[in-house]
Design a protein around this ligand. Structure first.
Ligand SMILES: Cc1ncc(C[n+]2csc(CCOP(=O)(O)OP(=O)(O)O)c2C)c(N)n1
Ligand SMILES: [Mg+2]
Length: 330
């Protein structure tokens, strides 16, 4: 489903095979990172909570492949994939989750607040919808400075019922801000199915209220996700204003660490496991002529880099007690 609002040009660019293989490697590293997070939490090595997004990796990775240096990204507490896809280092991300001083935020933010400004990952936000106005702010700053940077904002289906979502969509459209709103529709907000909280089957329809182009895309397909994001990013960069992307996807695990996801109908998870973005990408690459040995090497490389990063992070020292009042507001 598409809402064009007068936009007719297809400004998307296709990924080369090498870029697709790189995308696969990043998705594998993110999956490995999150599987390890699950294990670390279960082992009691981490304080706080965590919101895993196994199954949603192609949304972040496909989008990040459409960005360039200087572009900014804001995301939610389910933000490991988005932050790593932008280029945050694996070891310092593990360090953050483990509360180490070398962590991305000095170990003070934890799983819900991964931030790596150097790669444009401007923050993970735990208040649902709270970062959409901030994404508009980054877009406004880019336009004001004339630097051509694009602001990309990831949020969930549940966030589209929050006031800040509507205010941000409205303002971005009126001011034609260079922002791309990417809704990761994983069918649930916490334990509630989408239709029990939202009167729409297709969230992309929300775009039309704000005279904004919108597109619904298979968020489990790396190449389709990249095509949708690259078109939206290119339009934003050339002054055509914002786009709303509804990426259809699914989280394999429950809402957070403590949720066994018993509310899901029987068989639903299995249907989505068949549409796993990683295995779908592998299949596409094999059909495009990439040798299976190369794929196996990428899998092995990703596993090695995740294991190495975790080992380094585990060996880092705990923060010094004196650092507890640094970087906090009194
Ligand atoms: C303003 C606000 N209200 C309620 C919550 C509690 N809460 C945390 S996650 C969540 C569900 C959000 O669902 P969705 O936007 O679909 O994102 P998902 O968790 O599926 O990625 C809620 C209601 C919150 N963090 N912030
Ligand atoms: Mg959701």
């Amino acid at each position: 489903m598409r809402i064009d609002m007068g936009r007719t040009k297809d400004a998307s660019t296709a990924l080369t095979l090498d870029q697709q293989v790189d995308g696969l490697r990043t998705m594998l590293e993110i999956r490995g990172f999150e599987d390890e997070c699950h294990r670390l939490f279960a082992a009691g090595l981490v304080r706080g909570s965590t919101h895993l997004g196994q199954g949603q990796e192609a949304v972040s990775v496909g989008t990040a492949l459409a960005l360039r240096d200087g572009d900014t990204m804001t995301c939610t507490y389910r933000g490991h994939a988005a932050t790593l896809a932008m280029g945050a280092p694996l070891d310092r991300s593990f360090g953050e989750i483990l509360g180490k001083a070398e962590g991305l935020c000095g170990g003070k933010g934890g799983s819900m607040h991964l931030t790596h400004v150097e790669s444009g990952a401007m923050g993970s936000f735990a208040i649902v919808g709270g970062h959409l106005p901030i994404a508009c702010g980054f877009a406004f700053a880019s336009r004001f400075r004339g630097t051509g940077e694009v602001s990309v904002c990831f949020f969930g289906d549940g966030a589209t019922n929050i006031g800040a979502f509507h205010e941000s969509m409205n303002l971005a459209s009126v001011w034609k801000l260079p922002v791309v709103f990417i809704c990761e529709n994983n069918l649930y907000g916490e334990y509630s199915p989408l239709r029990s909280t939202t009167p729409l089957d297709h969230l992309v329809e929300r775009a039309s209220s704000y005279a904004m182009p919108g597109v619904q895309v298979d968020g489990n397909d790396l190449m389709k996700m990249h095509a949708a994001a690259s078109e939206a990013v290119s339009c934003a960069r050339s002054g055509e204003g914002p786009t709303f992307i509804e990426a259809l996807t699914y989280r394999h695990k429950g809402h957070s660490r403590s949720d066994p996801a018993k509310y899901r109908p029987e068989g639903e998870l299995e249907v989505w496991l068949e549409k796993d973005p990683i295995e779908q990408c592998v299949q596409t690459l094999l059909e495009a002529g990439v040798k299976s040995e190369r794929i196996e090497q990428v899998r092995a490389d990703a596993a090695t880099s995740v294991a190495g990063a975790l080992e380094r992070a585990m060996n880092w020292p705990e923060p010094l007690p004196a650092s507890r009042l640094e970087h906090v507001y009194a």
